[in-house]
Design a protein around this ligand. Structure first.
Ligand code: ASP
Length: 446
């Protein structure tokens, strides 16, 4: 059985078990599933553990093997432009669907106020976190790390990417004998990281079951009822963006059939859904792009870590719906101009959001302030906080699918031949070819 089938089974069973315990109100069962949380945490820690070694090693190998650094500049330009465009499209989808459905027009003021009161303390914490966020200039200056080891220790990927690319460029400029030694070293590290990822992924179906069963067992189903239309609107927007935008991009820009593509890469969105973190999923995303689609290392090692940090279409779309929902619920309609501001600020806010759980609801505060909803920030955030975890899962799966689509599009635009292959097929072929080379060398030498 393919790994993604096993993960899917874990996920569905997790939903069923958690849901049964929750709706039937069986306390001991609910507590049992909640007590499985450490299993999920262990898995998330294990895949997160490999992010830094993998990003550094693969970016070193990828950049140094490019030879021509102008190519990296070109890939970078294309990637950022593609990311910005698809995110703006995602926000537009979010705005369109919330104008049509008007989810905020369907919640009565009592439900609104009781939900806001219930989550008031949590919302206060989120607002305080948003206040601490650095401004645009600081964000740009912070791209240059004071200390690359500190950036790595804090999983601060953008400064780490900056340092590694600079370092790899320097390696390209040193004497060939030394350069080869450095590249061979990092190739070894990269291959070992891939082996560790495959080992960890063997446990994914069980971990996914534990994570999902605990989340669903803990979830306030009654909250979902009050915010059902809002939740469904966000989910429908995400589905539309996933099918239409990514469907068209994969077919026409990457030259691959969309549904087979989706099936072949589904490990990554499934892990993203379960962990709610693009950064934690990054090792799986990179392995999937290279192994299953055939994206080259220079492209995958650059486009995917950047995407996990700055490309969040799902988050941006969710922010658009959330802003419209809050505006509608407080009877403060947003003009066309306000909605254009939402396109701009939600695109930027999603870039600023880290690839970790709940990051999107904190940067949502920037968007709410930008369209003059400042007075309702805390109450508005409190209102939607109760269903945020479930929406975080869906939007993170979309974010990661967007990253994989981008890697395929950029690879194809660089003239690479992409082909969907089963797990491990490329690795086995590479190993067989290497073996043949060694044998030929031995017999040739004898
Ligand atoms: N959890 C999301 C991610 O990691 C970010 C967010 O929307 O909260 O991509």
């Amino acid at each position: 059985m393919q790994l993604y089938t096993k993960i899917l089974i874990g996920l569905v069973l997790g939903v069923i078990c958690g849901f049964m315990a929750n709706v039937l109100g069986i306390d001991w069962l609910q507590n049992f599933f909640i007590s499985l949380e450490p299993v999920g945490d262990a898995f998330i820690r294990a895949i997160t553990m490999i992010v830094v070694p993998l990003v550094v090693a693969s970016l070193m190998v990828g950049t140094a093997s490019l030879g021509d650094l102008t190519k990296l500049g070109r890939i970078g330009g294309k990637t950022v432009a593609y990311y910005m465009c698809t995110t703006a499209v995602a926000v537009t989808f979010g705005l369109l669907i919330s104008n049509v459905v008007r989810p905020g027009g369907r919640v009565d003021p009592e439900t609104r106020d009781s939900l806001s009161a219930e989550f008031d303390a949590d919302a206060e914490g989120a607002v305080a976190l948003a206040d601490e966020a650095p401004g645009v200039v600081d964000t740009l200056v912070n791209l240059i790390p004071n200390n690359p080891i500190q950036a790595a220790a804090e999983l601060d990927l953008l400064p780490l990417i900056f340092f590694t690319i600079l370092f790899a460029a320097a390696v390209s400029a040193i004497a060939p004998a030394r350069r080869e030694a450095v590249i061979t070293f990092f190739e070894g590290i990269n291959d070992a990281c891939m082996v560790v990822i495959r080992w960890i992924m063997v446990t994914a179906p069980y971990a996914v079951f534990a994570i999902i069963a605990a989340v669903v067992a803990r979830f306030g189903i009654d909250l979902l009822q009050s915010l059902l239309i809002y939740t469904v609107t966000v989910a429908a927007g995400l589905l539309l963006h996933g099918l239409i935008t990514y469907g068209l991009a994969v077919k026409f820009l990457a030259g691959l059939k969309f549904f087979p593509f989706l099936k072949n890469v589904s490990n990554a969105p499934l892990v993203a859904f379960s962990t709610s973190s693009s950064s934690a999923t990054l090792p799986v995303t990179m392995e999937t792009a290279e192994d299953r689609v055939g994206v080259s290392k220079p492209v995958s090692s650059f486009v995917l870590p950047l995407g996990a940090t700055i490309n969040m279409d799902g988050t941006a779309l969710y922010q658009a719906v959330a802003v419209m929902f809050i505006a509608q619920i407080y009877g403060l309609p947003l003009s066309l101009m306000d909605q254009l501001i939402v396109v701009l600020t939600a695109t930027l806010a999603s870039i600023g959001a880290a690839g970790v759980p709940s990051a999107g609801i904190i940067t949502l505060i920037i968007v709410l302030n930008a369209v003059g909803l400042g007075a309702h920030v805390q109450a508005g955030i409190a209102l939607i906080l109760g269903v945020d975890r479930i929406l975080d899962m869906i939007r993170t799966a979309v974010n990661v699918t967007g990253d994989l689509t981008a890697a395929s599009v950029v690879a194809r635009s660089e003239g690479e031949t992409l082909e969907l292959r089963p797990a491990g097929a490329r690795k086995r072929e590479r190993e067989a070819a290497e073996q043949e080379r060694v044998t030929a060398g031995v017999s040739g030498g004898g």
